[in-house]
Design a binder for this molecule. Structure first.
Ligand code: ZN
Length: 314
């Protein structure tokens, strides 16, 4: 039985962003109002603050403090939404969505840094174990900001369960935070793999193909459909490798290796500017930033980088 799991890693790569979270989500505490209230009032509780989708962090001139005490957080501006993220080392962690009107005033403060989530992840500005909590906070708060009204009857809905649910007082419908599954795949044919470049990518930047999983599809079916639609390549076997939450605003990247059955690429120009086969040597040089034509790839915090690395090592 154990043999079956021998090739499955116990944990995600340490430098993959938004995974290996340190927080115990303590979901059973979400509906305990008395516990939530006490946790929010505790002196050692910490708050992750986000304003207009941008994390707000403390700055003393040399170092970043990724979270605030509750009194500090309340001074940042009006709180649109507050959610309970979980526990870590006996401490409770919450997240605040600071009212958008405060954004400029916060940006002007010398004791704060407002840095986009991609930059935080790419530059490794905060402890990797907290990056997952930042991603969770961003996705969850973004969901609240975009789902103020009941999608069944149109009346205003109300956040409950410490921010993990919204309920419509008018019709009783319950609404839960969204996660949008995206398949991201490296199609491999012998010694070469298929990568592409979206029209929005920088020149020479290649990555795995990817696309949203549609209702009624399995992961494997989505991998086959997307690879065929975007590059005209037929895919056989599909092997799941690793997933990555991607809080822009709330995707889950589902990383797969796919067995390419055909060779001739036919590019869908709406989706891709280019797609081509790459040898292992080429992929290795792209990852090392030594490619002769200056090609580049996603950074280590992105799952595509690790799938390309897996191919090189195979
Ligand atoms: Zn309703």
């Amino acid at each position: 039985m154990l043999k079956l799991f021998d090739t499955v890693p116990l944990a995600a790569p340490v430098d993959l962003g938004f995974v290996n979270g340190a927080l115990d989500r303590a979901a059973l505490r979400r509906d305990d109002a008395a516990w939530q209230s006490a946790a929010y009032r505790a002196a050692d509780t910490r708050v992750i603050a986000i304003c207009q989708d941008v994390p707000v962090m403390g700055w003393n001139g040399t170092a970043i403090t990724p979270h605030f005490t509750v009194p500090q957080a309340l001074e940042l501006g009006a709180v649109d939404d507050a959610v309970f993220l979980g526990l870590h080392s006996g401490r409770s962690y919450f997240a605040h969505h600071v009212a958008p009107e405060a954004f400029e005033a916060l940006q002007a403060r010398a004791d704060l840094k407002l840095i986009g989530m991609r930059s935080i992840a790419m530059q490794g500005l905060i402890d990797p174990s907290m990056l997952s909590a930042f991603g969770t906070a961003k996705s969850l708060l973004s969901w609240h900001a975009r789902h103020r009204f009941c999608s069944a009857c149109g009346q205003p809905s109300v956040a409950t369960s410490a921010g993990w649910k919204r309920v419509c007082p008018a019709c009783g419908t319950e609404h839960f935070p969204r996660t949008d599954p995206v398949v991201i795949m490296l199609a491999v044919r012998g010694d070469v793999c298929l990568m592409g470049r979206g029209p929005q990518f920088p020149e020479g930047f290649y990555s795995c193909l990817a696309g949203f999983l549609e209702p009624g599809e399995t992961i494997e079916e989505a991998v086959r459909r997307e690879t065929f639609e975007e590059a005209g390549i037929r895919v056989g076997r599909v092997k799941y490798i690793q997933a990555q939450p991607w809080p822009f605003p709330s995707s889950l990247m589902i990383g797969c290796i796919a067995e390419a059955l055909t060779q001739d690429i036919q590019i869908d120009r709406q989706e891709l500017a280019d797609a081509r086969w790459f040898t292992k040597q080429e992929v290795a040089s792209i990852l090392q930033n030594t490619h002769a034509e200056g090609f580049s790839a996603p950074p280590r915090m992105a799952i595509a980088h690790h799938m390309m690395e897996l191919f090189v090592q195979s």
